[in-house]
Design a binder for this molecule. Sequence first.
Ligand code: AMP
Ligand code: GLY
Length: 428
Amino acid sequence: MNVLILGSGGREHAFAWKIAQSKKLENLYIAPGNAGTAHCGTNVNISAMDFEAVKNLVWEKGIDLVLVGPEDPLVKGIHDYFLADEVLRDIPVIGPRRDGAQLEGSKDFSKQFMMKYKVPTARYASFDASNLQDGYTFLETLKAPFVLKADGLAAGKGVLILDDINEAKAELKAMISDAKFGTASAKVVIEEFLHGIELSVFVLTDGKSYKLLPAAKDYKRIGEGDTGLNTGGMGAVSPVPFADAEFLKKVEERVVKPTVDGLIKEGIDYRGFIFVGLMNCGGDPYVIEYNCRMGDPETEVVVPRIKSDLLELLEAVGKQELGKTNFELDPRIATTVMMVAGGYPEEYEKGHEVSGLDKVEGSIVFHAGTKQEGEKVLTNGGRLMAVTSYGNSIQEAVEKSFSNAEKINYTGRYYRKDIGKDLLQFGN
Ligand code: AMP
Ligand code: GLY
């Protein structure tokens, strides 16, 4: 098969690394890709948001399957674009259509969906310019901290958690009346704060059946001890020791099954990944959010733990035959440590040379924000490389990631040295 992966992050490198190992693969293309994906296939310098350029590429290269990494092209309707085109119609796209992508593209839609299908989630209400006053009243019925979420996509920045009610009211007004997050915050979801430990569960579905992929924990803040600004993710661990078999059974029964069934009942033909962000509240799962794609950097620990041929699974998703496939997992633990540019997630420099990649032993380096220039690998973003390792314990895995991260050098190097540390108390 000829496969095209859309995107340019660590997630896409992890997909490319895995698909490159498939017996079914003939040619692999990644658009636009990065310095790492260039070693798994051919990078093509077009944007995933330029649907016409994607169409031309698919046509030219005889692509048999398209895997969409990020949410933006899905929410914009790349899958619908394929279905509406006579030439592209029969080429399977892995990633939901615009209707399914609303699970991520609209917080209000996803909350209504959860209510309708009785998926446990925080109590909420939605407000816009027509009922801003009611929003203030609703805030008064809640206890601090207050959670405000822009309805639409806001590049991961649209959630505010505030301790003070007056600040919460002012921010609600700024979001709705002053377009703090542009049109994304014309509508705002206000919800109850959930206390617990966060984790993510991933599902692959063909719209009929599903496979539960490994759970993972992500480290969102820039600073050690979960301090400082939010980032796209500074590291990840899979599996999650506090998500034992009993908890995961609850996740499957209370969250995954009603979600997949709900999509079917809504007439949403969802073929792709569902990322379920969860809070473990005293042993019970509550959904914080859905995403219509895999997580990054969670993919860099989840995909390496899939033993089965991923391309075979994706092909089955396209044919709605996922139920017939075998799904095997690697029992080892995987950890990843994200190396970022100095200054990230605020301003940072690009274009610094990365050295020492050839010295890495016993870890896999998934590139994120890098680019190849001749012989050189240059920094080209905020999150640069995810150093993934296997181990029989979290400690064993993460120590490999740290010692290999130490061998990779560039100006302004930074990574968190406490990935996985909080999980050691759970006996791993
Ligand atoms: P989201 O974009 O919905 O994932 O929200 C970003 C982050 O805000 C989540 O990963 C949580 O850490 C936090 N968060 C969102 N909703 C809640 C909630 N209802 N209670 C507690 N924390 C939340
Ligand atoms: N790591 C969080 C995300 O992919 O949204």
